[in-house]
Each structure stands twice: as structure tokens, then as C-alpha cells.
Design a protein around this ligand. Structure first.
Ligand code: GLP
Length: 252
């Protein structure tokens, strides 16, 4: 695991947007795994800016989002499809037929999503956030490391954390469909980003706690190509020595 620490959230967005652009410019076809959540909003803003002001094209890009809420109307502003449309897809030249979300219809085999990813050639780079309880995508503590895309009941801590996007906690859906931990671990490269002191404890747990299903993000230590990008607040419990750490505290 490589750890990159930058000054603050703005620099984190710049770092990840550049990482994304490097992929796009070097390839005529690239498959990304994408995350929603506030950590990535700034990244998408920068990518839209690059598209509008320089020659960044999303024509070669295919995307698979990590997760989707169940039980929201399809026109609800907080479905992850609508969040991604608003923040990125509607603002760039991506072919929306190449943008995918986990299936949320009832009576469907959710792991069909894994088959779709495999058919697309697998994910080149998976961008990930982390929950305050160490969840990745919506894989809550206690989830098997071997699970594929599946339906989940959201943890209380997650519904509490996500109520900021809704009028009240009651309106946060109780269920979602998420890529499984085994789906995520199949990506050829993984970039996890975290910003702010609220994430510091989850980052400490991911890096130093025993690898355990009680702390889903620890599974990433079993992957050979992971970059963790943190701002200083999220990195406050980092210990010296254990990881290959790059610090970029100036302009990024
Ligand atoms: C949410 C999402 C995750 C996201 C994480 C962090 O519940 N399901 O995919 O990465 O929690 O969100 P944020 O970036 O808003 O802190």
C-alpha cells in the first residue's frame, strides 16, 4: 500500500483528478470503478473543468459505480445514478450507455453486475471512499471478504452519516446494492481517498488494525496495487515507518 498525504481536500481532489486523467490520456479504452459521496465531488468538478477547458474527453471511458440505494424513486435527486449524472456524466462527453450501476430491481441476481464487469474486461482503476465505520462501498462491518455484488441493510452509522444528503435520517434508504469486497478486490488498481478528521479513525483502523471482516477496509491490505490518498486531517494517526508514504504539502 502506498500512502500519499496532501495538505487539504482541494489538493486531494487535484491529485485524484490527475490520476484519472493520466489513465484516460494513456489509453483508448479504460474501465473505471467510481464512487459517490462528498470526497469525490471535488474530483468530478475538476474533471468537468478539464473537459470544458482543455481536451479531456470521456469517449474512451466506461464506468461501474460502486453502489446504489434501493427504494428511491428513479427521479429522486439522491439516487447515485442521479448524483453521478449531475456531478459528472451530464457535464462531459461520456457515452451514458457505458455508465453502469448495480441492479436494484427486486428478484434479480445482483451478482450479474460482477459478470458485466468481467465481460467489460475488468476494472482498470477503482476509486473508493471510506465510511466512518470502515465500510467501503456499502460493505458494512461483518461482510464476508469473498462476497460479490449483493443487497445490504445499511448500518445505523452509515444512515446517520448520509442523512446530510436527505431532509432527515428517516428518508435515508434502509437498503442498497453494493459491489462486494471480492468485486472490488478484482480491480487491477485501487485508489482510496479520505478527507477530514472524521475519517482519521477509519484510516487508522484500515492501516493498522488486524485484517478482519469487522473492519472491511482492511481487506485492501491484501491487494498488491493500492494507493491511499489522504489530507492531513484524515492522516493524523499515521505512524512512521510501516507504509511507503509520500507527503505533498505544497501546491499539488
Ligand atoms: C457512502 C458510500 C461510499 C462512500 C462513503 C464515504 O456511504 N456508499 O461509497 O465512499 O460512504 O462518503 P463521503 O465521501 O461522503 O464521506
Amino acid at each position: 500500500m502506498q500512502v500519499v498525504v496532501v495538505n487539504e481536500k482541494e489538493a486531494l481532489s487535484t491529485y485524484i483528478a490527475r490520476d484519472f486523467m493520466n489513465y484516460v490520456s494513456g489509453h483508448n479504452r479504460v474501465v473505471f470503478g467510481l464512487a459517490t459521496g462528498s470526497t469525490f465531488t471535488g474530483v468530478y468538478k475538476k474533471l468537468v473543468h478539464q473537459h470544458q477547458n482543455s481536451n479531456l474527453s470521456f469517449k474512451p471511458v466506461m464506468t461501474f459505480n460502486l453502489d446504489e440505494y434501493m427504494d428511491l424513486e428513479s427521479n429522486h435527486p439522491q439516487t447515485y445514478r442521479n448524483v453521478m449524472n449531475r456531478n459528472l456524466f451530464d457535464c462531459v462527453d461520456i457515452d451514458k450507455r457505458n455508465t453502469f450501476f448495480p441492479p436494484i430491481k427486486k428478484n434479480i441476481r445482483f451478482s450479474v453486475y460482477d459478470d458485466m464487469i468481467e465481460k467489460a474486461g475488468g476494472i482498470d482503476c477503482q476509486y473508493l471512499g471510506i465510511g466512518v465505520n470502515g465500510h467501503i462501498a456499502f460493505n458494512e462491518p461483518g461482510t464476508s471478504f469473498t462476497i460479490k455484488t449483493h443487497k445490504v441493510a445499511l448500518a445505523d452509522a452509515t444512515r446517520e452519516a448520509n442523512k446530510r444528503f436527505f431532509d432527515s435520517k428517516d428518508q435515508v434508504p434502509k437498503h442498497a446494492v453494493t459491489m462486494g469486497l471480492s468485486t472490488i478486490m478484482k480491480a487491477r488498481r485501487i485508489v482510496l481517498a479520505a478527507s477530514g478528521e472524521k475519517k482519521a479513525e477509519a484510516i487508522r483502523g484500515m492501516l493498522y488494525d488486524p485484517i478482519s471482516e469487522q473492519m472491511p477496509a482492511t481487506v485492501l491490505r491484501q491487494h498488491s496495487n493500492v494507493v491511499v490518498v489522504l489530507d492531513r486531517a484524515a492522516a493524523q494517526f499515521l505512524e512512521e515507518g510501516e507504509y511507503d508514504t509520500t507527503e505533498i504539502f505544497g501546491a499539488c
